[in-house]
Design a protein around this ligand. Structure first.
Ligand code: BDR
Ligand code: CA
Length: 309
């Protein structure tokens, strides 16, 4: 199995991404780290521990990281995720304990203790922790197998007309991560807007026994409501796609392309600028996910929930 660190800000889609990681035999979850984003660090960390409790994740450290972006003021997203960051289901009191280490220390220690090329980083929020980690220990850039990030977009945005939320809330961190030299797969809105939890998906999850599937259904019902107010009939379940890429890269088409991030635009700050004009140069280490086999991906989610039951 692929050894991953999931760096997240749960968040409905982060929570389901964590369940997919925990329930997939293709993945060995080695750590879960949290970063401020959808809600405050305190709230998203509590949410991560609650999801870990529902999934009965054992022997995996959970650690809290950055409580705000590198440079900018914090932006939270109650219009999508509610005041708790995970509104909808009732959350259990966590039985999973929080690791005393800072997430950045845990990320660095885990990567440096593993063999080169062994750890994959899967950030599903702002890239603050990853940027801090690679500044703290630059050698992690050549030891990580790849970074699979849910964020950005080649076309369009959600926080603004051209900027995706995870990119826009900490664009300076995006720049550091894109320029670190490690391979980065950007699983952005181009891909995740194809990952809709539609009626067929809800029905398939409803047919699975156990608390993790029931919890997922409640998350998706709440998420459907907030996305409806944003003009979507069915919610895109963004973060699940980053984990799904690690589980089964064949369910996506990914293209090598140079990616940069806008830091100074009057209207475009946080936009990820993806150069799709030409074939990428051989030296290019960034790539963008563009096409999704959605039924195949949701099949992995359903299988994972059944395994966790
Ligand atoms: C991203 O923003 C967050 O609200 C979601 O959890 C996801 O990571 C989508 O733009
Ligand atoms: Ca997220």
């Amino acid at each position: 199995p692929r050894r991953i660190i999931l760096d997240c800000d749960p968040g409905h889609d982060d929570a389901i991404a964590l369940l997919l990681a925990a329930g997939s035999p293709e993945i060995d979850l080695v750590a879960v780290t949290t970063v401020a984003g959808n809600q405050t660090l305190e709230k998203v960390t509590r949410n991560a521990l609650a999801v870990g409790t529902i999934a009965r994740i054992e022997d995996v450290p959970f650690a809290a990281g950055a409580e705000r972006p590198l440079v900018r003021e914090q932006v939270v997203a109650p219009e999508y995720h509610g005041e708790s960051g995970l509104d909808g289901p009732e959350l259990p009191a966590p039985t999973v304990a929080l690791d005393a280490r800072h997430a950045v220390d845990l990320i660095v220690e885990t990567i440096m203790a593993a063999a080169p090329g062994e750890i994959t980083l899967v950030p599903t929020g702002a890239l603050t922790n990853l940027a801090l980690a690679v500044r703290r220990e630059p050698r992690i850039a050549e030891r990580v197998r790849e970074v699979v990030w849910m964020g950005g977009a080649a076309h369009g945005g959600n926080l603004s007309p051209v900027a995706e939320y995870n990119a826009a809330i900490d664009p300076e961190a995006v720049r550091i991560v894109l320029e670190a030299g490690w391979p980065v797969v950007m699983v952005g809105l181009d891909l995740t807007h194809q990952a809709l939890a539609d009626r067929s998906v809800l029905d398939a999850i409803a047919a699975v026994d156990g608390a993790p599937a029931a919890f997922t259904l409640e998350l998706l019902e709440f998420f459907r409501g907030t996305y409806r107010e944003q003009g979507f009939e069915w919610p895109p379940v963004h973060d699940v796609c980053a984990v799904a890429y690690v589980v089964d890269p064949g369910c996506m088409t990914v293209r090598s392309a140079p990616i940069a991030v806008e830091l100074h635009g009057e209207l475009t700050t946080g936009q990820t600028v993806v150069d799709l004009r030409h074939p990428a140069p051989a030296s290019c280490v960034t790539s963008v996910a563009l096409g999704l086999d959605a039924p195949r991906m949701w099949g992995h989610v359903v299988d994972a929930l059944a395994r966790l039951a």
